[in-house]
Design a protein around this ligand. Structure first.
Ligand code: PMP
Length: 375
C-alpha cells in the first residue's frame, strides 16, 4: 500500500525534538517557527507534559464515556478558570473540524434554522458542515455544497444585518484571527456589532479559536481582545500540544440533550492528561504573557526588514506580507537556513506560529535567518 498523496512534502524527516528545535534523521536541526501548524504550544517534549502523560498511561489510558472520568471535570474547571469562561459546558472531542461540526449542529438544533454565515477566506475544517463553512470551492464536494452558507467580508455590518434579517440563519462562525486565510482580522467595532445583531436575532455566535485560542494571541482566546462573549467556542490544536484533542465550550443557555453530542475517543484519560499538562505549563511559565511580549518584539523587529510590506496578527499568531509569493522563500528557509515557517491561502503571507515559550534570542535567530534568505 502507498500513502495517499495529500500534502506536498518537504524532504525532511523529523525523528526527535526539544523545545523549538526539531532534529531530522540525518542529525540536522531545524528551528520550528511553525509549531506543526500552530499545534506545538508548550514546546516539543516538554518534561512536565511527558511525565503527566506517562503517569496517566501507567494508570489508565482510556475508558468509554459511559463511566465517570474525574479528569474531564478537572479539565473543565481549570479551563474555565484560566480562560475566564466559567458559564460554559465543555464537550471534548478529537479535532478542530469535529469541534466546529458539533458547534454548527448545536446552533441548528437550538434555533431550528440551517443557514450559516461565515467569512471570506475562512477555514473551519474538512468535514461536512465545517468544510461547507470554509471559503474554498476546491475542497467542497457537491454533498457539502448543499449546506446553505453565505460568505461575507469582514467589516461590512450592513451586509451582515441584511443577511440575518432574512430569518433563516442559525449561526455565524468566525475566526478572530484567520489562520489558513492569512492573518486577517475583523475590527473590534465590527465584531461587537455582529455579536449584538446575532444576539438580537437569536443567531448563535461561534468563535472558532482552534488556531487562535489557548493563549496563542497573548490572551487565552483571541476574541478577548475585543470584549466579546461568543455563545460557542471551539478549541483544538495547541490544546494538546500534539495529542489529538479538541473541545466545544457551549454557553449554559444552549441546551444539548442526551445523545446529541458524543464520540468514542472524546475526552479520554490520556487526552485529558495532555491538555491538563498544557494548561499547567501555560500557568506556571506565564506563557500568555510571553506570547504577548514576544509578539510585540517580533512586530517591531519585522519593521526593520525593508522587504516586509505589512505585518499581521497578534501574540505568536503572526504574518509577514511580501510583494512576492512566499513559496520559494519558505523552501529556502527550510533547505538552506533550517527554519520551519507556514504559508497561507494568501500566497504573499509567511505565517509564524512558534511555541509560546520561545525567547527573544530565538526570535533574533529567526530574523537573522530570514534576512539571510531574503538577501
Ligand atoms: N479551524 C481553524 C481555524 C483551523 O485553523 C483548523 C485547522 N487548520 C481547523 C478548524 C480544523 O482543525 P483540524 O485540522 O484539527 O480538523
Amino acid at each position: 500500500m502507498k500513502l495517499f498523496d495529500v500534502y506536498p512534502l518537504y524532504d525532511v524527516t523529523p525523528v526527535s525534538a526539544k523545545g523549538i528545535v526539531v532534529t531530522d534523521d540525518k542529525g540536522q536541526e531545524y528551528l520550528d517557527f511553525y509549531g506543526g501548524h500552530a499545534v506545538i504550544s508548550i514546546g516539543h517534549t516538554h518534561p512536565h507534559y511527558i511525565n503527566r502523560i506517562k503517569d496517566q498511561l501507567d494508570k489508565i489510558g482510556f475508558y468509554s464515556n459511559a463511566v465517570q472520568n474525574p479528569l474531564q471535570v478537572e479539565l473543565a474547571t481549570k479551563l474555565g478558570k484560566l480562560s475566564q469562561c466559567v458559564d460554559y459546558n465543555l464537550f471534548l472531542c478529537n479535532s478542530g473540524a469535529e469541534a466546529n461540526e458539533n458547534a454548527l449542529k448545536l446552533a441548528s438544533f437550538q434555533t431550528g434554522k440551517s443557514r450559516i454565515i461565515a467569512f471570506k477566506n475562512s477555514f473551519h475544517g474538512r468535514t461536512s458542515a465545517a468544510v461547507a463553512a470554509t471559503d474554498n470551492e476546491k475542497i467542497n464536494a457537491p454533498l457539502n455544497k448543499q449546506q446553505k452558507v453565505t460568505f461575507l467580508p469582514f467589516d461590512d455590518s450592513t451586509a451582515f444585518e441584511n443577511e440575518v434579517k432574512k430569518g433563516d440563519v442559525c449561526a455565524v462562525i468566525i475566526e478572530t484571527i484567520q489562520g489558513v486565510g492569512g492573518l486577517d482580522e475583523p475590527s473590534a467595532a465590527f465584531y461587537q456589532k455582529i455579536a449584538a445583531i446575532s444576539k438580537e436575532n437569536e443567531v448563535i455566535l461561534i468563535a472558532d479559536e482552534v488556531q487562535s485560542g489557548f493563549g496563542r494571541s497573548g490572551k487565552f482566546f483571541a476574541f478577548q481582545h475585543h470584549n466579546i462573549q461568543p455563545d460557542i467556542i471551539t478549541i483544538a490544536k495547541g490544546m494538546g500540544n500534539g495529542f489529538p484533542v479538541a473541545g466545544v465550550l457551549i454557553h449554559e443557555k444552549i441546551e444539548a440533550s442526551y445523545g446529541l453530542l458524543g464520540t468514542t475517543f472524546g475526552g479520554n484519560h490520556l487526552a485529558c492528561a495532555a491538555t491538563l499538562a498544557v494548561l499547567e505549563v501555560m500557568e506556571k511559565e506565564h506563557l500568555m504573557a510571553n506570547a504577548h511580549h514576544l509578539g510585540e518584539y517580533f512586530l517591531n523587529k519585522a519593521k526593520e526588514i525593508p522587504q516586509v510590506k505589512r505585518t499581521k496578527g497578534k501574540g505568536l499568531m503572526l504574518g509577514l506580507e511580501f510583494d512576492f509569493e512566499v513559496a520559494e522563500l519558505r523552501k529556502k528557509l527550510i533547505n538552506e537556513h533550517h527554519l520551519f515557517t507556514g504559508g497561507a491561502k494568501d500566497k504573499h503571507v509567511l505565517r509564524i506560529l512558534p511555541a509560546l515559550n520561545i525567547t527573544k534570542a530565538d526570535m533574533d535567530v529567526f530574523f537573522d535567518k530570514l534576512k539571510m534568505a531574503l538577501s
